[in-house]
Design a protein around this ligand. Structure first.
Ligand code: ADP
Ligand code: MG
Length: 384
């Protein structure tokens, strides 16, 4: 009678074991031997580059194991994250998949730690051994993983708070962690509702700035009286890049596009893409006001601006955004200073496309006579 169940179990295990090459299995056995793990259970997710497993510790705590696949093909298209990345100057061997994958796993661990240190919600990094990353499990006490934002059923009253929460997280990640996620979307964010019983230990503060904490906590408390208020947890940060990666701004822009698209589809009043980019990158938003307050004010302002002509909510200016998506955003001084390209743009009357003049405070001038002046100015801004 239990044959089907058994068979299913067996075939599940077979697929699991397929990706666990002997070396990976030895790593897991050692972890069990050392008492880090008690057992490794089923697969939470199978992906192109990694599988995620649920595991428990000897004292019955839940863990997630992200096991990177070691096939060389899988990691080929990761080159665009690696080129130009300072941390990859050494130790990235394109010809040795095991080494390569190990670098990714270590990078994910370091990035998770940076997020945690900045007070952001994300899995707690436990340890990494070659291609195996051990981290805290985001899920319930029975071992069910929390849903991805994409699949979560979110109370209507909460969704616009989550949009604000997420933008502030991206901002904190940018300024405090000096990172751009580079694969941020509703697929790499979990919606996790803290179980009511587990009250004390796992309290995660929302952001590093104290003023913001206060605001967020009040909102969270208010909500708790009505419906359970979940929060967003950022995952999958192995490809996240340093803020000064040559393409950091392009990655950030597409991250924010995903965020804007997701939340505006669900009826949230969003900033435009250009404004959300500004919100994330602007170093000093406005004196004493918390990031949360500034964000709410910007959302209101945009609403008024767009509301005049728009038949739809008028908040997100699609036209403006499509120009912004195509605009070139320089990241480093060398890129800012490509006189040929920038002068060309200015001469064609496309100076507006030089987005950086209003996003990071660098003035785009006709460099013929100003070359040295503006280079010096740019340098000052960047070295701050
Ligand atoms: P990839 O997208 O590269 O396969 P992710 O890090 O996005 O890897 O993880 C894949 C899936 O595994 C996630 O969408 C999520 O459902 C689940 N997952 C990942 N990390 C955790 C975790 N710490 N706790 C619970 N579930 C997780
Ligand atoms: Mg993912």
């Amino acid at each position: 009678p239990s044959a089907t169940a058994n068979q299913k179990d067996k075939s599940d295990r077979a697929t699991n074991e397929q990706v666990l090459d002997p070396r990976t299995r030895i790593i897991l056995f050692k972890m069990i031997g050392r008492g880090l793990l008690f057992e490794v259970n089923g697969c939470v997710s199978t992906g192109k580059e990694a599988n995620v497993y649920h595991a428990i510790t000897p004292d019955r705590k839940h863990l997630a194991l992200k096991i990177y696949k070691t096939s060389i093909l899988v990691f080929k298209d990761r080159d665009r994250y690696v080129s130009g990345e300072y941390r990859f100057r050494r130790g990235y061997s394109r010809h040795n998949p095991r080494k390569m994958v190990r670098v990714w796993a270590e990078k994910e661990m370091r990035n998770l730690k940076r997020l945690k240190a900045a007070g952001l919600r994300c899995p707690e990094a436990v340890e990494v051994r070659e291609n195996v990353l051990v981290m805290g499990f985001i899920g319930d006490s029975d071992g069910w993983a929390s849903p991805r934002l994409k699949d979560a059923s979110i109370p209507a009253a909460v969704i616009s708070d989550l949009y604000a929460e997420l933008l502030i997280m991206v901002r904190t990640m940018f300024h405090d962690c000096k990172l751009v996620h580079a694969d941020l979307s509703e697929y790499n964010i979990l919606y996790h509702v803290e179980p009511p019983a587990a009250s004390t230990t796992d309290a995660v503060s929302s952001t590093s700035e104290p003023s913001e904490n206060t605001t967020t906590d009040t909102t969270a408390e208010d909500q708790q009286h009505t419906e359970p208020h979940g929060h967003l947890y950022i995952i999958d940060v192995s490809q996240s890049v340093e803020q000064d990666h040559p393409h950091a701004f392009d990655f950030l822009r597409s991250d924010l596009k995903n965020v804007e698209d997701f939340f505006s589809k669900r009826g949230v009043k969003c900033l435009s893409l250009r404004r959300s980019f500004e919100f994330v990158t602007t170093p000093d938003l406005s004196g004493d006001a918390s990031a949360e307050d500034v964000l709410q004010r910007w959302i209101q302002e945009d609403d008024q601006d767009g509301g005049v002509e728009g038949e739809d909510s008028g908040v997100s200016n699609g036209n403006d955004d499509s120009v912004f998506m195509q605009s070139y955003i320089p990241r480093t001084l060398n890129e800012v200073y490509d006189p040929e390209r920038d002068v060309g743009a200015l001469q064609r009357g496309e100076g507006e496309k030089l987005i950086y003049k209003d996003t990071i405070g660098i003035v785009a001038r006709a460099p013929a006579d100003e070359e040295e002046g503006s280079a010096a100015q740019a340098k000052v801004r960047f070295s701050e």
